[in-house]
Design a protein around this ligand. Structure first.
Ligand code: COA
Length: 143
């Protein structure tokens, strides 16, 4: 759990450099208590990639039925691979494991929010068949 939390903190830092609105401080989803509580339930899952006893990547997601959706949706919240282990197929394997898990659970679709600047992640998800469904627009007030 400590290794997963460390990786999720690195992901949080990456996201805060990509998005000025994202705090570099750990979020609720990076809290070990939140992760433990939820993975004990039926609807949240974490997959890890391990080499030589060390966790070098993880993916985290859950199933829910968001407001206005007509059926259950799988949501991939996190997918992170240590820099030293990238481009070896680990990220793809972590997302594919999650897709299989969602499929077995009977969800109708799977979604992920990816920053427009995040070229590696966009390529990974699009390569697995994901299609863009919306664009989030933001106006930032100058203070
Ligand atoms: C996105 C990320 C998880 C990919 O992990 P990875 O293990 O390097 O990915 P893989 O080796 O499995 O690559 C799968 C596909 O992703 C794409 N891809 C991965 N890295 C890429 C890069 N730097 N540039 C372009 N495409 C890339 C390619 O299409 C690749 O397929 P290919 O190797 O057959 O060309 C990893 O770069 C990462 O942890 N990034 C920081 C965290 C992040 O942004 N997470 C996503 C949002 S939650």
């Amino acid at each position: 759990m400590q290794q997963i939390v460390k990786l999720s903190e690195k992901l949080g830092k990456d996201e805060s450099t990509m998005d000025s609105m994202v705090s570099p401080l750990p979020s609720e989803f990076q809290n070990p208590k939140w992760i433990l509580k939820n993975i004990k339930g039926e609807n949240t899952v974490v997959f890890v990639a391990e080499t030589n006893g060390k966790i070098v990547g993880y993916s985290l997601g859950w199933i829910s039925q968001p407001w206005s959706y007509k059926a259950k949706r799988g949501y991939i919240c996190d997918c992170f691979v240590e820099k030293s282990h990238r481009r070896q197929g680990i990220g793809k394997a972590l997302v594919k494991a999650m897709l299989e898990w969602f499929k077995d659970k009977g969800v109708e679709c799977v979604e992920a929010d990816i920053y427009s600047k995040n070229i590696p992640s966009l390529a990974l998800f699009k390569g697995l068949g994901f299609k863009e469904v919306s664009k989030r627009l933001r106006l930032t007030f100058k203070r």
